[in-house]
Design a protein around this ligand. Structure first.
Ligand SMILES: *Cc1c(COP(=O)(O)O)cnc(C)c1O
Length: 388
């Protein structure tokens, strides 16, 4: 047997998660809205300067709540990249709205105001920038465009805690922002998410929709003597078990981010020469803010092609994965959405992208093994530090 496989992801636990879950059990608080959930929400609202932060069962739940709050319905259009995760689009399609896919920039793999501007029609109601890989969409021109056209801005910041755009935390710039705490994200509680409500005028209704369409929050504050059905809504909240787990992660956010950045920076330095040789393209994170090292995705310019590289890495015990079949090419994308113009970059990048193993506190040995394997897979000589 050779060495163990270097997994793509290894969810990081701080060691305090179980103790906090035990605390929640000890005080008989296991449903939504308990002390850990309030702590997480207070931290998230404070970090982002949001009017409210609502802890949800998933990032998808946060996007679905955002779509409900945006009030979009049949015939309304919502502009977003095709190069994103399924639920960026399905959250709006679920309301009968039409996702309108635009291409992403060749350099950053993110949308910008120029790409969005051409897709605006009288039916456009909202735009959903996705902060891919935890680095910022160029938000100022996009926010200006949205203001001019009266569009709601809903940030898909699922990758992006705690990254920023010119000093402003991602997720805090649009009317609404969605975060994810899925196992694959930087901070996790298995499954979880949050909706950041940045537009104060949406906060009251957000709370009611989040509370299954009731005014339970006002009842708990003693403002009404019973709570009743006030609006549409659903069960969006995370349980206190998840919140307890997440609180341990939030407490360690700086340490988690720093350790991921160290791995990311090591990869980036190690692949500079391969980029100079024209064998691959390293990720371009832009200069608009600090990124959280959510993922390291390199584009192989081949030959060898993307699948051959992934297979060659697998043969060396390194689990690498591709990213995003563009949504406009998917079965449901064709049925529920439409593409605006030519999405050539999304299609090309999807065929080239290889994401490398990266997790918090990933030790030096597997990092060097990945670096060595990438060089071998591309037929290049590995740098001295990465030689066996
Ligand atoms: C992870 C992710 C989501 C969905 O989050 P879940 O918590 O898995 O529901 C949405 N959008 C993007 C870009 C994501 O990466």
């Amino acid at each position: 047997m050779g060495e163990d496989v270097v997994p793509f992801n290894r969810p990081y636990a701080t060691g305090r998660e179980l103790g906090y879950i035990q605390e929640a059990i000890d005080v008989s608080e296991t449903a939504a809205g308990g002390p850990f959930a309030r702590r997480c929400e207070a931290w998230l609202a404070d970090h982002h300067g949001s009017a409210a932060a609502l802890l949800t069962h998933s990032g998808t739940g946060a996007l679905e709540l955002a779509a409900l709050l945006a009030g979009v319905g049949p015939g309304d259009e919502v502009i977003m990249p095709s190069f994103t995760y399924t639920t960026t689009a399905s959250a709006f399609a679920l309301r009968g709205a039409v996702p309108v896919f635009v291409d992403v920039r060749e350099d950053t793999l993110r949308i910008d105001a120029d790409l969005v501007a051409g897709a605006i029609t009288p039916r456009t109601k909202a735009v959903v920038p996705v902060h891919y890989a935890g680095a910022a969409v160029d938000m100022d021109p996009l926010l200006e465009l949205a203001r001019e056209h009266g569009l709601m801005v809903i940030e898909d910041a699922a990758h992006a805690l705690p990254s920023d755009y010119r000093g402003r935390p991602l997720g805090s710039l649009g009317h609404l922002g969605a975060l994810s705490f899925h196992e694959t994200k930087n901070l996790t509680c298995g499954e979880g998410g949050a909706l950041l409500v940045n537009d104060e005028s949406l906060a009251k209704r957000a709370r009611v929709l989040f509370d299954k369409g009731t005014d339970r929050a006002r009842f708990l504050r003693g403002e009404v003597d019973r709570y009743t059905w006030r609006d549409v809504g659903s069960s969006f909240a995370a349980s206190e078990i998840s919140a307890a787990y997440l609180w341990a992660q939030i407490e360690s956010v700086d340490e988690i981010t720093a350790s991921r950045r160290a791995v990311w920076d090591t990869y980036h330095a190690a692949f500079a020469a391969l980029e100079d040789d024209g064998r691959l393209r390293r990720p371009s994170m832009g200069t608009d803010g600090a990124h959280n090292a959510h993922l390291y995705g390199l584009q192989v310019t081949g030959p060898p092609g993307r699948d051959e590289v992934i297979d060659a890495l697998a043969a060396r015990g390194v689990q690498a994965v591709f990213h995003y079949v563009p949504l406009h090419l998917s079965e449901a994308g064709r049925r529920h959405a439409r593409a605006h113009g030519d999405l050539a970059v999304s299609e090309r990048v999807s065929g080239r992208l290889v994401r490398l193993p990266l997790w918090a506190h990933m030790p030096a040995a597997p990092v060097q093994r990945v670096i060595r394997a990438v060089h071998e897979a591309l037929g290049a000589e590995a740098p001295a530090t990465a030689r066996p």
